[in-house]
Structures are given as structure tokens and as C-alpha cells.
Design a protein around this ligand. Structure first.
Ligand code: FRU
Length: 360
């Protein structure tokens, strides 16, 4: 069975999805120090606390999505696709243990030890400022290459239960992965999985993204990317007052939809403490949801939480407005607490029907 490819809105889905969610994205170790406020250069400061945790967009989103789908009591599986130095590397073991504790399937991670030995798991040093809740990240790949696009193809080659595939835009390989994903229904004889992509880094160029919009059902753009690329889209990010329809984020989404002649994807852009915007390119309908008013304690992974909660809501039959509402609620509550634990306990009542579904 085919999903609508243009003109008809993809969301809300006709029935809730069942099966395997596969998320491709980074996995790393986050070493977080909490400080009263961001330090001055060349100063010295004692941190109030230190925590070593599993991080990375892919890992974070998987951890949250696994919690959310489990709260529905259904037979869904959340699989992380990423690369690790070696299953026996101490940081990789640390990360795999966290992921498996949350019920994330780690069996399809690419193991780099077949090619190289002296590399580590990507590591981030994070300063969490207590006065603002803002996080400042310095990261290193520790010599580890990006996951191969061929590994993506091999990992999905027999995934007849695939219902949703999400990709973090990382260089290189995304176009190849998205094309492989588009070819999967014909090869495996399955319903086309929902395809989503996150464009987060400001260094990504608009021209790299536009040709990919046709291959996606949902695209998440970070506010950092929009701020960095608005000028390329000839959009001035001014103050729009109370007129959210005219907000710069939405004008950038519209500009990208026009330039790409996109008529299928739902484009989503969270905008920090303001809320989140979406543009359904099949109808040109725009959506806005105000953020929860919370005291910011820890914003590390809030964007990844927003994406996981959006995927969860859309997969279970939400339309764009309900998906934004769910995502803003879960992300807001994440910002109000430290870490990514127990986010499903705080899920709002879902207004849309759910039947648990069978695997496709
Ligand atoms: C948060 C995060 C962190 C990681 C950083 C860089 O979104 O995934 O966990 O350190 O981004 O990947």
C-alpha cells in the first residue's frame, strides 16, 4: 500500500502505526558540569555538580521515544542506527547499557573496530548554566567516522516491520540513505514507512536540504538552522508582534517549500520558549503552539525530546496541531527537569484514538 505522495495531507494518518521505529543519529557521552552562570574566559570555577550521561541526538530521541511508546503498552520497537568504536569500548558499553535499560534496540549499531582501533565514542563537554538553564556544548568525534550509508542499507534490508524511519542530517550519506529508504517498499513489499529528517546544524546549506524535501513526510528544522539560513532564503527575521502567521520561522518554512516545490512534507520548527511552528506543504496550512511556561533547569536534549514526542504523536494518529501540542508539553517538562528519565509519566491525555495496531 502506498501513502499519499502529494496534495493529500499525510497527517493525521488513517490508523496508528505499529512495528519498528528506526532512528539514525549521533550517540555520544555527555560530561555535564552545572555552573551558577556561564564563566568568563580565562577564569576558574568550581562546578556545582558533574554527571556523565549517554547523549547524542539519535540516542536521546530513542530514549524518549521508547519511553513514550512503552507507555501505550503496545508492541513497538525502537532501534538506534549509529556508529560506535567497538562494543567492548568502555564508553560504548556505558551508552549501550543506558539505551538497553530504556528498551532501545542496539543490535544494529555499526561497529567501527573492523576498520580502526584507536578511536573513541564521540564526547561532549557541556556547561549547564543554572541562572538560565542554557547548555553550552563543546564536542569531539574522538576520531570516529560517521556511520556508512551502506550500513544503513544493510541494517534495513530485512526490516519488514519498519513503520517509521527518522534521520538526523549528518554529512555525508543522507541523500543516499533517503533514496534507499524510498526504494524499500518495492524491495520488501511493505507499506512505505514514514520518513522524517532533522536539520539541526547551522552549517547545513539550504541547497543541500531542498532536494530532500520530496523524500520526506516530516522535516524538523532547528531554530539555529533557521536563524543562520534566513538570509539565504531572503527572509528578514524581524519582530512579528502577535501575528504568529507572519513569524520569521514560518516565512522560512514557506520559502523552502516554495523553492523546493514541496507538496507533501510537514515542516516543523520548534522555537525555544516561544513554542513551535509547522507548515503542512500539502495544504499550505500553518500551525503554532505556544510553549509550556516552565522554569528552565536543563535544556540539554530538549530538541531531541521535541522530535521524539512529535514522532510519537504523529505515529499514533495526531494531526499537526495535536503533534505540536504533545511535543511542546513533553519538551517543556524535559526542560523543567534534569535528564531524560520518566518523561512518559508526564504525558498529557491524548485526544486522538488509538487501537494498538498490528505490525504491518
Ligand atoms: C543534545 C545533544 C547532546 C550532545 C550534543 C551534540 O541535543 O544530542 O546530547 O552532546 O547534542 O551531539
Amino acid at each position: 500500500m502506498k501513502r499519499p505522495r502529494s496534495d493529500a495531507a499525510v497527517f493525521p494518518l488513517a490508523k496508528p502505526l505499529a512495528g519498528r521505529f528506526v532512528l539514525y543519529g549521533n550517540i555520544c557521552v555527555d560530561c555535564t558540569m552545572q555552573v551558577p552562570s556561564f564563566p568568563k574566559e580565562d577564569s576558574s570555577l568550581r562546578a556545582q555538580s558533574f554527571a556523565k550521561k549517554t547523549g547524542g541526538n539519535g540516542a536521546n530521541s530513542c530514549i524518549v521515544l521508547a519511553q513514550l511508546v512503552r507507555s501505550k503498552g503496545t508492541r513497538h520497537c525502537v532501534t538506534l542506527l549509529s556508529i560506535i568504536p567497538d562494543r567492548k569500548h568502555s564508553d560504548a558499553m556505558f551508552a549501550i547499557t543506558t539505551l538497553e535499560r530504556h528498551g532501545v534496540d542496539t543490535s544494529r549499531l555499526q561497529d567501527a573496530s573492523r576498520d580502526v582501533t584507536d578511536v573513541g565514542l564521540p564526547t561532549s563537554f557541556v556547561l549547564l548554566s543554572e541562572d538560565t538553564g542554557a547548555r553550552t556544548i563543546v564536542s569531539s568525534r574522538c576520531g570516529l567516522k560517521e556511520m556508512d550509508a551502506t550500513h544503513f542499507q544493510e541494517a534495513l534490508a530485512h526490516s519488514k516491520d519498519l513503520c517509521w524511519c527518522h534521520l538526523e542530517f549528518r554529512q555525508p550519506g543522507i541523500p543516499q540513505m533517503l533514496r534507499a529508504l524510498a526504494a524499500l517498499p518495492a524491495t520488501l513489499g511493505i507499506t512505505a514507512p514514514v520518513a522524517s529528517m532533522e536539520v539541526e546544524k547551522p552549517s547545513v546549506e539550504v541547497q543541500q536540504v531542498l532536494p530532500l524535501l520530496h523524500l520526506c513526510d516530516v522535516v524538523f528544522f532547528s531554530s539555529d538552522f533557521i536563524r543562520a539560513r534566513a538570509a539565504d532564503l531572503q527572509v528578514a527575521l524581524g519582530n512579528c508582534g502577535d501575528d504568529w502567521q507572519n513569524h520569521g520561522a514560518l516565512r522560512c518554512l514557506r520559502a523552502m517549500a516554495t523553492q523546493a516545490s514541496a507538496t507533501r512534507a510537514l515542516l516543523i520548527c520548534p522555537w525555544g520558549s516561544l513554542g513551535a511552528f509547522a507548515l503542512d506543504t500539502s495544504s499550505s496550512d500553518a500551525f503554532f503552539q505556544a510553549a509550556e511556561k516552565v522554569e528552565a533547569v536543563d535544556s540539554l536534549g530538549a530538541g531531541d525530546t521535541f522530535i521524539a514526542a512529535s514522532i510519537f504523536a504523529l505515529a499514533f494518529g495526531a494531526g499537526p496541531q495535536d503533534a505540536l501540542r504533545c511535543a511542546c508539553t513533553v519538551a517543556g517538562r524535559k526542560v523543567a527537569q534534569r535528564g531524560l528519565e520518566n518523561l512518559a509519566q508526564l504525558l498529557p491525555e491524548m485526544p486522538w484514538p488509538h487501537n494498538g495496531g498490528d505490525a504491518p
